[in-house]
Design a protein around this ligand. Structure first.
Ligand code: UD1
Ligand code: UDP
Length: 368
């Protein structure tokens, strides 16, 4: 029997680790699965966990409103010491690139516990974009024992950094496991405010490097797009005060932009499915869009997920107001271009990442 400790703290970690933790829980005689929630996020992590029915064993409940990176990092790292002392895991799972991911990996390293990093090897090689996520990924990569790369490109990045090939497995992304599973039974959600004849532009945005002027330009572009009579914008607003502030100030009075609360995962997938076009700086949404055949404009200068850019579904537009409007108008007005960029493809996974990770973990323990 091996004890696996899953450490997660934010919405994307809850969505991407739930299918995996639940998969391991199917093998009760082989694995004792413990889930520790750092509480880096509060409401939006619970609304994701509830959808999958994953109950945490430990909830550190550490979120502070408007927390700084210093606060979240120090609080999470300190609190994890006692978790390791009581759970005594044989392997720790962390996912992605958040503060929780970095602290979870560092705590495991200090406690002498091997680390399995889910979604390893994403890189922009620009430490400031995304900030601080690129640094978190690179630091976690130095500490990790099992590098679980979603795509061959991510695996190549790790090899180029000198990571032994034997410690890397290409698995697909567990977020695509979650999405494909969800789509099988997803009921149509009723959206009272949606107009049946207008194209839906779905928007999300929360990257730290866009805070301030970048975010204001992004909002002004949305305002200009909302003037078109053939579109409607829906924007579930991230609860970070640095996001909510400018969004509500610039877009609050606009009747054609529906600012709504962060959505549970199922209605959010329904919104993605109904959308004509998605404008986002999210990592996860960049992976989900291509699987749904939705063109995506990414409001960032660089991306660690180039596969869908190469395939044409995703285009980088930064936070240049004119460029966002121009690129959206191309998709709205040119049906041939829209058709070319809205083909369904899954560069990020085939829905089988969890069983592949299970096999890699079994092989790891068998070789000890
Ligand atoms: C974090 C991650 C980012 C990830 C994003 C996913 C870091 C440094 N950043 O950014 O990589 O893409 O989550 O959404 O780890 N808040 C609430 N309720 C919640 C969640 C957040 O009120 O359920 C508010 C709080 O005021 C909190 C603030 O948002 O202090 C910021 O949360 P934090 O986790 O520090 O950063 P995010 O911007 O959410
Ligand atoms: N998501 C959600 N509700 C929302 C917005 C996003 O469930 O209102 C999901 C989305 O489908 C994706 C994940 O949250 O799976 C992405 O999280 P986020 O954009 O917060 O973080 P990132 O992926 O950028 O780290």
């Amino acid at each position: 029997m091996h004890t696996l400790l899953f450490i997660l703290g934010t919405r994307p970690e809850a969505i991407k680790l739930s299918p995996l933790a639940l998969h391991f829980r199917n093998f009760k005689s082989d694995f004792d699965v413990k889930v520790c929630l750092t509480g880096q996020h509060r409401e939006i992590v619970h609304q994701s966990l509830d959808v999958f029915g994953l109950t945490p064993d430990i909830d550190l409940d550490l979120m502070l409103p408007g927390q700084t990176l210093f606060q979240s990092t120090s609080r999470i790292l300190s609190a994890l010491e006692a978790v390791f002392a009581s759970v005594k895991p044989d392997l720790v799972f962390v996912q992605g690139d958040t503060t929780t991911t970095f602290c979870g990996a560092l705590a495991a390293f200090y406690a002498g516990v091997p680390i399995a990093h889910v979604e390893a090897g994403l890189r922009t090689w620009d430490l400031l974009r995304p900030f601080p996520e690129e640094a978190n990924r690179q630091m976690v990569g130095r500490l990790t024992t099992m590098h679980l790369a979603a795509t061959p490109w991510a695996a190549e990045n790790l090899k180029r950094e000198g990571i032994a090939e034997t410690s890397i497995t290409v698995t697909g992304n567990t977020g695509i496991d979650a999405l494909l599973l969800t789509l099988k039974t997803l009921p149509a959600h009723h959206w009272e405010f949606l107009h049946p004849d207008r194209k839906l532009i779905l928007v999300t945005g929360h990257r730290r490097e866009n805070f301030g002027e970048g975010f204001e330009r992004f909002c002004r572009a949305l305002l200009r797009l909302s003037m078109r009579p053939d579109v409607q914008l829906v924007y579930p607003v991230h609860p970070n005060p640095k996001v909510r502030g400018p969004v509500e100030a610039i877009l609050g009075g606009c009747s054609n932009i529906h600012l709504i609360a962060p959505q549970d995962y199922l209605p959010f997938v329904d919104l993605m499915r109904r959308s004509y076009l998605i404008i986002t700086d999210s990592g996860g949404v960049q992976e989900e869009g291509p699987s749904l055949g939705k063109p995506i404009l990414v409001s960032r200068e660089v991306t660690e997920r180039p596969e869908a850019v190469d395939a044409g579904t995703v285009r980088l537009v930064g936070t240049d107001e004119d460029k966002i409007v121009r690129e959206a108008e191309v998709l709205l007005d040119n049906s041939e271009e829209y058709a070319r960029r809205s083909t369904i493809h899954n560069p990020y996974g085939d829905g089988q990442a969890s069983p592949r990770i299970e096999q890699a973990v079994r092989a790891y323990f068998a070789a000890l």
